[in-house]
Design a protein around this ligand. Structure first.
Ligand code: ADP
Ligand code: ZN
Length: 521
């Protein structure tokens, strides 16, 4: 049977050696093979490459595959060749011999899959070559790289839409990034705004244990988490470059094998860390988000966040690097008021247009909602991706449900303290007012004369800190970046202030605070 008409199942078995499709793969393969424009959103490890490799064999002509990851392209080309498929790559890593071989196959019309680094699209010669090569499909891997507001943005990805128009062939775009804005940007830039057939594959990664903790001696929290997993490969994500270095040092002095990784390092040093991580057992990489795309080690046993990620999508993607082999994996995400302040400031001071900034605040809110969740975290996480789920039994809140209390009155007192001081102060000063502390700052401003002064003596300082953190988590108050983190009430707090709504807060942090210092109650 000629290959062009062979059935997908037969090729799946004969060429790739798989007995069946993974969930979602079959429909995507069919749509791409039929020549539809396709956007497929699949979690990392879901089996995206098959979804364009197989249709490439079913269709006549050449499939052009655009990917930002040279090492991954080379792996795929090698794998395809071993399976007897005519594949080649044009990347900066090519030897002249490899390039010549690709051109030969192109001229003879035998090439089926041509992998291209995006930089190649800037070259007029490449465009001319492609327009004469008999291209019948464009596949774009890591399609979110077209999004200007993501940290994986690749300017050359903006040329792909132009290429599609010039060749007038179907395009299949793949990404693991699930958020709606990025999808919209992909549709605008790759498909000229005409909605492609869209496939969203399940996002649950049931083998990954989810856990959050409020920061409370964060370095020690990370050291004990790692200490309980000695000898296992793990990643610690940090908010700053400097912290990757100090934390890696701290881990080493506890006897771990650990190294740091960030975008400020020489390319050579970064590659050395990637190489070690891929080949060594039990190495911990302490990194910024620069360590990510292209990390495809299947047996990463744990991922910890020493600082809060920037959004719920970033969180999902970062923890998703753990346990790709399907075996149990653990995660821990730390967060505190400083993180919330930092993330808000980054959004407010970023270059994104106003509507994008609002969306970013929303995605941060979603992550904070997950951090302060009262029930199963997986349910909350999947709910954000519009998936229904039962309580999972594999998150910290399923393991031990949090105790909640009616926090309405505490929240009202806190809001009132902020409003009566013109929303000009941070949590520390507001807590001093609530607790009736005579500090210099309080007497200098006459804040001991406020009706709110001392109305919060029933809670300890730690308890109030937990209340303020949860208020920021519920987006009832936001730090004002222009005024050194002064807390400003948001519209969301109005119903509570007016007595039209109540709020449940988690007591866990509060209980911890009272353990360290006797309750004032
Ligand atoms: P992604 O790009 O989505 O992260 P890959 O395409 O690299 O994932 O696939 C992940 C792994 O799953 C690869 O090792 C691949 O060989 C394997 N795989 C893909 N499809 C199937 C299938 N239908 N049956 C078995 N294994 C598969
Ligand atoms: Zn759960």
């Amino acid at each position: 049977m000629p290959r062009d008409t062979a059935s997908a199942e037969a090729l799946l078995k004969d060429i790739f050696g798989f007995d069946g499709f993974r969930p979602g793969q079959g429909e995507i393969v069919e749509a791409v093979a039929r020549g539809e424009n396709v956007l497929a959103i699949m979690p990392t490890g879901g089996g995206k490459s098959l979804c364009f490799q197989l249709p490439a064999l079913m269709r006549g002509g050449i499939t052009v595959v655009i990917s930002p990851l040279i090492a991954l392209m080379r792996d795929q080309v090698r794998g395809l060749r071993e399976a007897g498929v005519a594949a080649g790559a044009l990347t900066s890593g090519n030897t002249q011999e490899e390039t010549d071989a690709v051109w030969d196959m192109l001229q003879q019309g035998t090439l089926k899959l041509l992998y291209l680094a995006p930089e190649r699209l800037a070259n007029g010669g490449t465009q001319r070559m492609l327009s004469q090569a008999g291209v019948s499909l464009i596949a774009v891997d890591e399609a979110h790289c077209v999004s200007q507001w993501g940290h994986d943005f690749r300017p050359d990805y903006l040329r792909i839409g132009e290429l599609r128009r010039a060749l007038d062939v179907p395009l299949a775009a793949f990404t693991a990034t699930a958020d709606a804005e990025t999808q919209e940007e992909i549709v605008t830039r790759l498909f000229d705004g005409v909605a492609p057939s869209t496939f969203l594959r399940g996002f649950d990664r049931p083998n990954i244990h989810l856990a959050f903790q409020a920061k409370d001696g964060p370095r020690q929290q990370i050291l004990s988490f790692a200490g309980a997993r000695k000898g296992q490969s793990g990643i610690v994500y940090c908010g700053t470059r400097a912290k990757t270095e100090t934390l890696a040092q701290a881990l080493r002095s506890e006897g771990h094998s650990a190294c740091h990784y960030h975008g400020g390092m020489e390319a050579e040093d970064r590659r050395a860390v990637e190489e070690r991580f891929a080949t060594e057992d039990g190495l911990i990489v302490v990194a910024t988000v620069a360590f990510g795309m292209g990390v495809d080690k299947p047996d990463i046993r744990w991922v910890a966040h020493a600082d809060l990620p920037k959004s719920i999508e970033a969180y999902y993607q970062e923890i998703g690097r753990a346990g790709r082999d399907g075996a149990p994996a653990e995660t821990l995400t730390l967060y505190g008021p400083e993180d919330i302040r930092l993330r808000r400031t980054q959004i407010d001071e970023g270059l994104a247009p106003a509507d994008r900034r609002d969306a970013d605040h929303g995605r941060l809110n979603a992550l904070l909602g997950l951090a302060e969740a009262l029930g199963c975290r997986r349910q909350a996480l999947l709910g954000y991706f519009d998936e229904q789920a039962e309580p999972c039994g594999n998150c910290d809140l399923c393991d031990s449900p949090p105790e909640v209390f009616d926090g309405t009155e505490a929240v009202r007192k806190a809001l009132s303290a902020a409003l009566r001081t013109e929303e000009s102060f941070g949590a520390g000063h507001l807590i001093d007012i609530l607790m009736g502390k005579m500090t210099d700052k309080i007497s200098a401003r006459g804040h001991d004369n406020l009706p709110t002064f001392g109305v919060g003596k029933d809670l300890s300082k730690g308890q109030w800190q937990a209340v303020f953190r949860q208020m920021m988590g519920h987006d009832l108050m936001r730090p004002d970046a222009d005024r050194h983190g002064a807390l400003v009430m948001t519209d969301r707090a109005l119903p509570l202030l007016r007595g039209e709504d109540t709020i449940q807060l988690r007591r866990d942090a509060v209980v911890r605070a009272t353990e360290r210092r006797p309750a004032v109650k």
